[in-house]
Design a protein around this ligand. Structure first.
Ligand code: ADP
Length: 283
């Protein structure tokens, strides 16, 4: 049994109105415990709608979502519990910081879960550590933090709920390149340490190819591809045809292959490419 099974999932906004808009169309896939999934697609391809159905924020207009084998909407009264199991970090989550101190903000989720004070303290400490927020920042007002720190505090608030599945919608949007790299490596370390399941929406193929085990490519509400990262790039040219960028290094390998060099085209890291190119020289 998969941790999460999505069966023929569809979502239409404004169903039955003149503004009806199908945002997700008949998506089926399975996600296993411990996987790191990258989700990519153009603006409007249905990524946000898709992830919002996964933690019960919006109810599918077709199909089912099974978490640990159970339909999350089987008992609508229990949907709150699903939201604790499937934690969601929205785009620009720092806008949702509202408590007097950073500590209280991070504690908000665990408090809602009804945990003891000691457990809450422990959760806050550990979550702050994952995103490298110094203990002295915890007593400050969230408004005294820098942009990057605010973002990390907001992410810590979701991590503190210790979700089985953590979903992040464009967590690096608006950060500078260094801030982006730092945050991505923190998310990657968190995933390795917890061995839980992470879904990360990004518009950067370069970013997700570095950390995701599998990639879901959405196109116009449809699942264009869902496969291991390596296999996704073996379809590099098809992905470019729908207007998405592939990593620069993959492009170089495709170009070399077209010019008659015997190199694989499913390469997406510079290290792999160096290895393959050096092999050519020896041949
Ligand atoms: P993405 O996250 O890939 O940018 P979205 O899931 O936000 O895509 O949007 C998918 C489609 O649904 C788009 O055509 C968008 O305009 C439409 N959409 C999104 N939210 C709403 C809404 N609240 N009401 C009506 N249409 C919406």
């Amino acid at each position: 049994m998969s941790l999460l099974e999505v069966k023929n999932l569809s979502f239409t906004y404004g169903m039955g109105t003149a503004f009806e808009k199908k945002a997700v169309n008949d998506v089926s896939l399975c996600i296993e415990q411990g996987e790191f999934i990258g989700i990519i697609g153009h603006t409007g391809s249905g990524k946000s709608t898709f992830i919002q159905t996964l933690n019960g924020l919006i109810k599918p207009t077709g199909g089912q979502i099974l978490l640990d084998g159970k339909d999350i909407w089987e008992d609508p009264k229990k949907i709150r519990k699903v939201r604790f199991k499937v934690g969601m970090v929205f785009q620009y989550p720092e806008y949702q910081l509202f408590e007097e101190t950073v500590e209280k903000d991070i504690a908000f989720g665990p408090k809602n879960m009804g945990l003891s004070n000691d457990e809450i303290k422990e959760r806050v400490k550990s979550a702050a550590k994952f995103v490298d927020l110094k203990p002295e920042l915890l007593k400050k007002s969230p408004f005294e933090l820098s942009g990057g720190e605010k973002r990390r505090a907001a992410i810590a608030g979701v991590i503190a709920m210790d979700p089985e599945i953590l979903i992040l919608d464009e967590p690096t949007a608006g950060l500078d390149p260094r801030g982006r790299d730092v945050l991505l490596s923190q998310i990657s370390s968190y995933h390795k340490a917890k061995n839980n399941t992470v879904l990360l929406v990004s518009h950067s193929m370069e970013d997700i190819s570095r950390i995701a085990d599998k990639i879901l490519v959405m196109n116009k509400g449809n699942m264009f591809a869902f496969d291991e990262t390596k296999n996704i790039f073996s379809k590099g040219e098809e992905i470019e045809k729908i207007g998405l960028q592939i990593p620069q290094i993959t492009k170089i390998m495709i170009e070399l292959s077209k010019r008659g060099y015997d190199v694989p085209t499913d390469i997406y890291s510079v290290d792999q490419a160096v290895y393959e190119i050096l092999k050519l020289r020896r041949a």
